[in-house]
Design a protein around this ligand. Structure first.
Ligand SMILES: *[C@@H]1O[C@H](CO)[C@@H](O)[C@H](O)[C@H]1NC(C)=O
Ligand SMILES: *[C@@H]1O[C@H](CO)[C@@H](O)[C@H](O)[C@H]1NC(C)=O
Ligand SMILES: *[C@@H]1O[C@H](CO)[C@@H](O)[C@H](O)[C@H]1NC(C)=O
Length: 579
């Protein structure tokens, strides 16, 4: 007996060091009511959207037959959030396209009579009504930001852009035309030979306003659509050039003394890393260092503030982890899903009102691959699961969701740059917390450490159930096997299936405190009172969609870390006593 006790105390020495893996923690006090300065405006259900490169539209919509896989993947997100994700159809290739109403096939064709300027000519592609027929297959009410061609400048340019805009207004019936862009990344027009000679922010402003004026007077006004229907400047970057928001304002971009005429949204682009532009090596480890995102985005943060101060909303219509078309084993991994979820929450807190993650059919940074390419059949990438997560987070508040950032600067050592936490409000009250642990852990590590978030949700949240929804996979480098809230998405149909029926829940104590452990390379949404996605979601079109997860079940209550440690010790003592 004495011998056994001695063994038991020895075993404690063995047990505690491994338990201490889970001891890294951070205390966060979560304001129970929305406190204005640090919390976003209400997020639109279409907030987390996609950009589609115009030349690749048919890969996503399908040609003669609809791409039901893509359409279902978009519909899932609409069901979760309350509206389909906002789609931008725009990119370099919008500046290569001219519209020909006699070309009716559901495809684009090369213009064999191309005469325009450009490294790739500004009239090298022809599209017709089939283009809009295909786009109209996306879920009902999908907001479309449509990119018109500014590069084309032959003598009939006004006639061309007016006809193209008119076709968009006339032919999009199931989806909803939301806004027009005029030109993609005009800051790069000298480089790609779309312009020569004097081309700068001032020349751009003039060209933009000239076309906006024609499209408004000849297309929008007759259709009773508003004049502030345009987005600009759609720049790749404004660092060191003359396309900065204040410079454009000085150029009269927002109109003259009579006020803003045409600009409804400040629209800028960014990529976290871009092959051939980013100086440091592009690695998964750096993508998962979330401090790097803040560093890279610092300049854009300033632009957002300046843009919002003009009274015009700010949208990030072209964004991605790695441009131009991703990087295998970086942008297509589970680590990229954690980056994406963090990015959505982060820019929400900056009051960016919409984000479009850019997609091409061959991009390893697209949320899904819509057609067979690289010798691989279509499939869903881990990134899609981050879209599913943010869609459920937004839908959970029926259009009242607001996101605030919680300071994680106290996360040090190995966890520096790897920990993020956000508060989520619904109807002005605390509803959830998004907790991200992006410390890379490979799938080969079976005994992963965890990080503990000690949340203080305030006394109004005392003694409440807290349901946990996990964004998870085997490891940071995992290309497959991701799940969100127990769901996975089929690579053929795009339909969700519930692969984990467990309901994970814990409880706040009598003062509203709760500790949540998040494994390395994982994110958790801790939602008060019910399981995320179990409620009916009110759709913006007035309908409702049933909850995507069961409301309750026999349940699986998580023991708190402390109880777990104690019971483990008890087991060990028992083991040695009986040995
Ligand atoms: C975001 O908008 C909300 C609501 O208008 C405001 O209270 C908050 O201060 C804004 N935050 C930033 C960073 O602009
Ligand atoms: C994209 O990923 C696939 C594997 O899924 C790979 O075969 C291909 O080379 C990658 N393409 C690029 C451009 O990285
Ligand atoms: C959203 O609406 C559903 C159905 O009307 C309701 O059950 C749920 O409580 C609402 N959620 C919030 C946060 O208001």
């Amino acid at each position: 007996m004495v011998h056994s006790l001695w063994a038991a105390s020895l075993s404690l020495a063995v047990v505690f060091p491994s338990l201490s893996l889970a001891q890294e923690s951070l205390s966060l006090s979560v304001p129970p009511k929305r406190s204005d300065a640090t919390v976003s405006a209400e997020l639109d259900p279409a907030f987390a959207g996609f950009g589609i490169e115009p030349s690749n539209l048919f890969s996503f919509t399908g040609g003669d037959t609809p791409n039901t896989f893509s359409i279902q993947l978009l519909q899932n997100l609409a069901d979760y959030s309350g509206a389909p994700p906002h789609i931008r159809v725009g990119g370099n290739t919008q500046d290569y396209m001219i519209y020909d109403e006699t070309f009716t096939s559901i495809s684009w064709k090369r213009n064999v009579e191309s005469t325009a300027q450009g490294a790739i000519a500004a009239d090298s592609m022809i599209i017709g009504p089939g283009y809009f027929q295909a786009l109209d297959r996306f879920p009902k009410g999908t907001w479309i930001t449509y990119g018109l061609n500014l590069a084309y400048q032959a003598s009939d340019y006004t006639d061309r852009i007016v006809k193209h805009a008119q076709a968009a207004v006339n032919n999009l019936k199931n989806v909803q035309l939301y806004s027009f862009e005029i030109g993609n990344e005009p800051d790069l027009y000298l480089q790609n030979q779309m312009r020569s000679g004097a081309w700068d922010g001032a020349a751009y402003s003039k060209a933009f306003l000239d076309r906006a004026d024609s499209v408004y007077k000849q297309v929008l006004e007759p259709a009773k659509l508003p004049a502030t229907f345009f987005e600009g400047p759609c720049t790749a970057s404004t660092i060191g050039n003359t396309f900065e928001i204040p410079q454009l304002v000085d150029n009269g971009f927002l109109g003259d003394v009579n006020g803003n005429l045409y600009v409804g949204w400040w629209n800028q682009h960014d990529y976290f890393q871009f092959i051939g532009v980013t100086v440091e090596p592009i690695t998964l480890d750096n993508l998962m260092n979330l401090d790097s995102t803040n560093t890279q985005f610092k300049y854009w943060e300033k632009q957002i503030k300046i843009g919002l101060s003009t009274g015009v909303p700010y949208v990030l219509r072209e964004m991605s982890s790695v441009g131009p078309i991703g990087m295998h084993e970086v942008s297509d991994t589970f680590g990229a899903a954690l980056w994406t979820l963090n990015f959505f929450c982060y820019v929400a807190t900056l009051n960016v009102s919409s984000v479009q993650m850019h997609m091409t059919d061959n991009s390893n940074a697209s949320a899904w691959q819509p057609i067979e390419i690289w010798g691989k059949k279509p499939f869903v990438r881990p990134q899609y699961y981050a879209h599913a997560a943010i869609a459920q987070i937004i839908g959970n508040g029926n259009g009242t969701t607001q996101i605030g950032s919680l300071s994680t600067s106290g996360a040090g050592g190995d966890y520096k740059g790897r920990i993020r936490a956000y508060s989520v409000y619904a109807n002005g009250n605390i509803q959830a917390a998004v907790l991200i642990n992006s410390k890379p852990s490979p799938s080969t590590e079976s005994n992963k450490a965890s990080y503990t978030f000690d949340l203080d949700l305030g006394t109004q949240s005392a003694n409440k159930d807290v349901f946990l929804s996990y964004l998870t996979a085997d490891g940071s480098e995992s290309l497959t096997g991701t799940s969100w809230n127990g769901m996975t998405y089929d690579d053929v149909t795009g339909l969700a299936s519930q692969t984990d029926n467990t309901i994970y829940k814990t409880r706040t104590d009598g003062s509203g405190k709760v500790s949540v452990q998040v494994r390395d390379t994982q994110a958790v949404v801790a939602n008060l009172d019910w399981l995320l996605g179990s409620n009916v979601v009110e759709q913006v079109d007035g309908s409702t969609t049933a909850g995507s997860r069961r409301k309750s079940s026999a349940g699986h209550t998580l023991t708190s870390p402390r109880t777990m440690a104690v019971s483990l010790v008890a087991v060990m003592i028992g083991f040695f006593c009986f040995a």
